[in-house]
Design a protein around this ligand. Structure first.
Ligand code: SF4
Length: 387
C-alpha cells in the first residue's frame, strides 16, 4: 500500500487580531509581504516535497491567519507547487474570512482546483462578533456563503464558537439554527478557550460558563446539528451527506503531513522513525532564513527554518492515536495500534479497552474501538488511562 500524506500551508497574516486568538498570525493592517511570503512557501514546499514523492497526497489545507487576504492567483501558484489540479480527487480547502469574500475570488480558486472552503462565521450575532474582535457582520457571513455557492462551491464548512460569557443554551440553539439554515455541508463548533497571551485573558470580571454548563452547551450543539441533518463524527465536527473533512480526519488517525509556512507543524515518518517539526513562528525569521535543501533524505527536516524537531517514540505515537481516536465516532484502529506497539504494550492497551467496553464507554467492532457519545465528551480523561 502506498503511504499517504497531507499538506498544511499556514498564512500568518490577519488585518487585526481577534481577542481570543492564539494562532500564529500577525495583524498587518492591509500590508502583507504577499509575493515574498508565497515565494518562501514555494521554496519550502519544493524542498520538503522532494522527500515524500513516493507517497500519495490526499489533502491540502490552506489555513491561517487569513488566507483570503491573498490574491487567488497567489494561492493557485502555491497549489500548483503541491501538484494539485481540478481533475484530481484530492481535497483542497482554503479558509476564508467572511469580510474578504468576492464571487470572482471564489470562482478563480474553484477553477484553480480548490474544492472546499472553510468560512470563519463564528457567531450569528453582531454584538458577539464585535466583542470577539471579528471584522465581519452577520450580513457579511450570509453574503460569503452565497458567493461561495454562486461560484460553484459544493463543499463548504462553517466555524462556530460557543461558550461566550453571558451565552445560554437558548442563544446557542438559536444562533446555530440560523447558521445551519444557510446550509453549510460541514460545521466545526469549538468551545471558546482562553489562552494566556490573548487580550481576552486580560479581560477581568467576565462570567464564563461553568464546566457543567459547557457540557450542556455541547449536548445542545450535538442535538441541534442532529435535528438539522448533520452527523457528529468528531467531538467538534459535524457533516451532512458524509462530507467529512479528509484533511482533519488524517490528523485524527495519526496520519502524516507536511506543515509549510511560519508556525506550521509537520509529522513525517522517515524509515522506521517518526518526527514532528515546528517551523519558526517569527515571520521575519521565516522570510529571511535561507532554506538549506542540500541535506540527504534522512536529514530533510533540517532546512534551517525549524524551531523544533522531535523524534516521537512508538509509545508516544500510540498514546496520541488513542487520545485523538477517542474523540471520533470511527474510533481507534486496533490493527494500527498492534503494528506500532510491542506485544506486551498492546496487551495492556487492549485490557484497558476491554474495561472501557465493560463500562459501556466503547464498543469493539471489526478491530476498531469506538467510543460512545458519553465517552467522546470525556475523551481526554479516558485517554489518561493509556499514559
Ligand atoms: S481571523 Fe482567525 S487567525 Fe486572524 S486574528 Fe482572528 S481568530 Fe486569529
Amino acid at each position: 500500500m502506498v503511504d499517504e500524506y497531507s499538506i498544511y500551508i499556514h498564512i500568518p497574516f490577519c488585518v487585526s487580531k481577534c481577542i481570543y486568538c492564539d494562532f500564529v498570525s500577525s495583524p498587518c493592517n492591509g500590508k502583507i509581504p504577499e509575493k515574498e511570503y508565497a515565494h518562501k512557501l514555494i521554496c519550502e514546499l519544493e524542498c520538503r516535497l522532494e522527500h515524500v514523492n513516493s507517497r500519495r497526497l490526499k489533502s491540502v489545507y490552506i489555513g491561517g491567519g487569513t488566507p483570503s487576504l491573498l490574491q487567488a492567483e497567489t494561492i493557485i501558484k502555491i497549489l500548483e507547487t503541491c501538484k494539485t489540479d481540478k481533475t484530481s480527487d484530492i481535497e483542497v480547502t482554503v479558509e476564508a474570512n467572511p469580510k474578504d469574500q468576492s464571487l470572482s475570488w471564489f470562482k478563480e480558486l474553484i477553477d484553480g482546483g480548490v474544492n472546499r472552503f472553510s468560512i470563519g462565521i463564528q457567531s450569528m450575532n453582531d454584538t458577539t462578533l464585535k466583542w470577539m474582535g471579528r471584522r465581519h457582520s452577520v450580513k457579511d457571513a450570509i453574503s460569503a456563503i452565497e458567493s461561495a455557492r454562486n461560484a460553484g462551491c459544493k463543499n463548504l464548512s462553517a466555524d462556530f464558537i460557543y461558550g461566550i460569557p453571558g451565552q445560554d443554551i437558548s442563544v446557542i440553539k438559536s444562533e446555530l439554527t440560523s447558521l445551519l439554515q444557510l446550509n453549510p455541508d460541514h460545521l466545526s463548533a469549538y468551545e471558546l478557550t482562553v489562552s494566556k497571551e490573548t487580550p481576552l485573558y486580560k479581560l477581568k470580571n467576565l462570567k464564563y460558563p461553568a464546566n457543567s454548563q459547557l457540557s450542556q452547551m455541547w449536548e445542545t450543539v450535538v442535538s441541534t446539528t442532529d435535528t438539522l441533518g448533520y452527523t457528529m463524527y468528531e467531538v467538534s465536527n459535524f457533516a451532512k451527506n458524509k462530507k467529512r473533512s479528509v484533511h482533519n480526519s488524517n490528523y485524527w488517525s495519526g496520519g502524516e503531513y507536511l506543515g509549510i509556512g511560519a508556525g506550521a507543524h509537520g509529522h513525517i515518518k522517515m524509515g522506521n522513525e517518526r518526527y514532528r517539526y515546528e517551523n519558526t513562528r517569527l515571520i521575519d525569521t521565516y522570510l529571511n532564513t535561507p532554506i538549506d535543501n542540500s541535506k540527504t533524505k534522512n536529514q530533510f527536516l533540517e532546512t534551517g527554518i525549524e524551531e523544533n524537531i522531535i523524534k516521537i517514540s512508538s509509545k508516544e505515537y500510540a498514546q496520541e492515536i488513542v487520545m485523538l481516536g477517542l474523540r471520533t465516532k470511527s474510533g481507534i484502529d486496533l490493527n494500527h495500534l498492534k503494528d506500532i506497539l510491542t506485544k506486551d504494550e498492546y496487551t495492556s492497551y487492549f485490557r484497558i479497552f476491554l474495561s472501557l467496553a465493560k463500562n459501556g464507554l466503547i464498543t469493539i467492532e471489526n478491530n476498531y474501538a469506538k467510543p460512545s457519545q458519553k465517552a467522546i465528551i470525556i475523551a481526554d480523561e479516558l485517554a489518561l488511562k493509556f499514559f
